[in-house]
Design a protein around this ligand. Sequence first.
Ligand code: 3PG
Length: 306
Amino acid sequence: MNKILVATEKPFAQIAVDGIKKAAEDGGMEVVLLEKYTEKAQLLAAVADADALIIRSDKVDNEVFDAAKKLKIVVRAGAGYDNVDLAAATAHGVVVMNTPGQNSNAVAELVFGMLVYAVRNFYNGKAGTELKGKKLGILAYGNVGRRVAHIAKGFDMDVYAYDAYCPASAIEADGVKAVSGQDELFSTCDIVSLHIPATAETRQSINYALVNKMPKGGILINTARKEVINEAELLKLMAERTDLKYITDIMPDADADFRALEGRYFSTPKKMGAQTAEANVNAGVAAARQIVAFFNEGCTRFQVNK
Ligand code: 3PG
């Protein structure tokens, strides 16, 4: 019987774990859990006899693949797979998949939770502003970006988007204004919400010059990845421009330095975007079903290391 290891430093909700177990058992497989582990050695030991692995933001590198002698497939229950060494996976003959779209709504809802908190001055009792009528710029119009656009319309926001890989016509078809590039998005919008993956192209790309294009009182919100931010340059800019705010669901390495910018910075203590029961069920059960379909039918849909 194939063994699926669910290795989650940040565990799924119990209802999702139950759903993963049921999907695996229905497919003739068994589930082993490794939750809240604190040492890589625990993952290396647990993965030794696993045929399949379900993870979240857990790091899977060459050492993990070396330790996983029976491993055939890793499914990242979520969207971003920058935590998996794809070249090492391919070299070890392991298929890597993600579960795109399954946790998008949870992330998009958090964007607005954090935005309301920010424009109301972190609930300090002083008059803030409203989201209605403000220009919202969405950087990358994928599953999360689209959902953010949809919700923003409910707030009566003026919605703009840019995506290097999505044609303007597809953006405009949703009633969202397509702009010509990142520069125009930042110079046009009062609020910019990041939804780009962490890739060689995007790492450190949100820098001094780009954010400095924002109008007075601009808010940058990041529910994507900390790696896309040039933290040193953002700190320098925010020291110079005391009108800017940075709101993030991914604590920066320079958290203490950002915290010194009192009233203009907020980070969740742990990434919370996908942390809802619904998103956990959607992504976790999708991951289990993809593994079952892979072993039982040879299905490689959603493979990302082709
Ligand atoms: C994703 O890429 O799907 C999100 O960043 C969620 O990550 P998490 O599963 O670690 O919460």
